[in-house]
Write a new protein. Structure first.
Length: 76
């Protein structure tokens, strides 16, 4: 079980880095704002952004972005 969790985290990290390359963190804070996401995903709605923002902190981190791509919420 523990190795499965580690493998899943590693896979999400790699996916997150691939997805991260498509969205620019223009202010360098390590997360993506709605404005930063709109540059790469111009059709992104506030509702979809909120759905991707799993921890509801108002920003998308690499793991949330990877999960959104995996779930088909946004194109990878």
């Amino acid at each position: 079980m523990k190795s499965t969790v580690i493998a899943l985290v590693a896979a999400l990290s790699v996916t997150g880095f691939a997805a991260h390359a498509e969205v620019a963190d223009s202010n360098g804070d390590g997360v993506f704002s709605m404005e930063e996401m709109l540059v790469s995903y111009p059709d992104l709605t506030e509702e979809t952004f909120a759905e991707i923002d799993a921890d509801a902190d108002g920003a998308i981190n690499a793991e949330e972005l990877a999960a959104a791509v995996s779930a088909g919420l946004i194109a990878g």
